[in-house]
Design a protein around this ligand. Structure first.
Ligand SMILES: [Zn+2]
Ligand SMILES: [Zn+2]
Length: 168
């Protein structure tokens, strides 16, 4: 069924057309299995550019996906978009240029390990589970914060947070 997928191209056709560039929005259901709940795929958008070289075809692509996620701190649902690009070279010995696996691999790595509804998210009360962004519960949090002891500590300069995946 390779010929029936809009993500599989006949090498000879691409050469005959002198390359190809296209944008498409495939059915997100085809990507649903890439993530486990609570992460789910809302929308997928693809950009593909096939460039014909002397003895190969070069593919440059971009996957953009709108994902449903949960805040890692308060567990509220979120919708965020992420994108990443990929490329590949197909030698003239192939009959088909099948981009499906590459696209799925890229799409499957878009969700970050951790996502916050806001940098200032206050999380949930450990006692009653109330979302502290919305209400202040009356629970006693008698335990001192584990960060209390660090307060007097001077942190070295330049302790930058690690680079995060592009969040758009
Ligand atoms: Zn949150
Ligand atoms: Zn509480």
């Amino acid at each position: 069924m390779r010929e029936n997928s809009p993500l599989v191209f006949k090498y000879a056709d691409i050469v005959a057309e002198g390359g190809l560039s296209l944008e498409l929005e495939p059915d997100p259901a085809g990507y649903a299995d890439l993530y486990d709940l609570p992460v789910a795929v809302n929308k997928v958008r693809l950009e593909l550019a096939l460039t014909v070289g002397p003895d190969s075809v070069f593919l440059a692509g971009k996957v953009r996906a709108e994902l449903r996620l949960e805040c890692s701190r308060c567990a509220e649902p979120l919708v965020r978009s992420f994108e990443d690009s990929f490329d590949e070279v197909y030698p003239d010995t192939v009959e088909y240029i099948d981009t499906r696996e590459l696209i799925r691999e890229t799409a499957g790595l878009l969700a970050p390990m951790k996502v916050l509804c806001s940098e200032n998210c206050r999380g949930r009360c450990l006692v009653c589970g109330a979302n502290r962004n919305r209400l202040v519960c009356a629970c006693k949090t008698e335990k001192a914060s584990p960060f209390e002891a660090l307060k007097g500590l001077k942190l070295p300069e330049g302790g930058k947070p690690r680079k995060k995946k592009k969040d758009i």
